[in-house]
Design a protein around this ligand. Sequence first.
Ligand code: FMN
Length: 180
Amino acid sequence: MCVCGGIAAYKTATLVSMLVQRGCGVTVAMTRAARRFVGPTTFQALSGRPVATSMWRGGAAVPHIALAQSCDLIVVAPATANIIGKLAGGIADDLVSTLLLGAGTRLLLAPAMNTRMWQHPAVQRNVAFLRDAGCALIGPDEGWQACRSVGPGRMSEPHAICAEIERLLRSSGSARQNAT
Ligand SMILES: Cc1cc2nc3c(=O)[nH]c(=O)nc-3n(C[C@H](O)[C@H](O)[C@H](O)COP(=O)(O)O)c2cc1C
């Protein structure tokens, strides 16, 4: 679970708890901005695992590649305009952006941002590019936003993201079974 720097990071805590209660192993990675919104201690307690915050720490020889390769699915929630732009542009300048490039397309992005940011042509171009490249997206939903406006840009609710994760994991599991 990659957590980026948006208000909706608080909803990701609920999502992590839901996934753990359903038996998923969840490792959380956070951007520097995400840590301004929710502390790593919250995610560490909910996931029961250490939270990854740096490429330059951690037990593995190359932590971002070890993380990217150890999961069945990488979820980015909230996916900020910044991380969407970095991923679409192939930029890898911190742990989260670097591990996303190393993950290929086993990705589910849950964008969350102000309506004007979401509707900006640069963001829409980046989203279209990532969809075409095979990344899955959920949301954003329409509704009340922290910036006190109403429109598209709200992160999808944890239960909806959780259901989509289960669907993607089931379909990748059955694809693997068919291949063997
Ligand atoms: C109060 C506040 C709320 C923010 N909410 C969002 C948001 O919902 N979506 C977004 O794309 N950026 C949001 N930002 C801006 C990001 O935090 C900023 O672009 C940051 O560089 C993102 O870094 P990251 O993608 O590495 O986490 C917000 C910033 C502040 C101060």
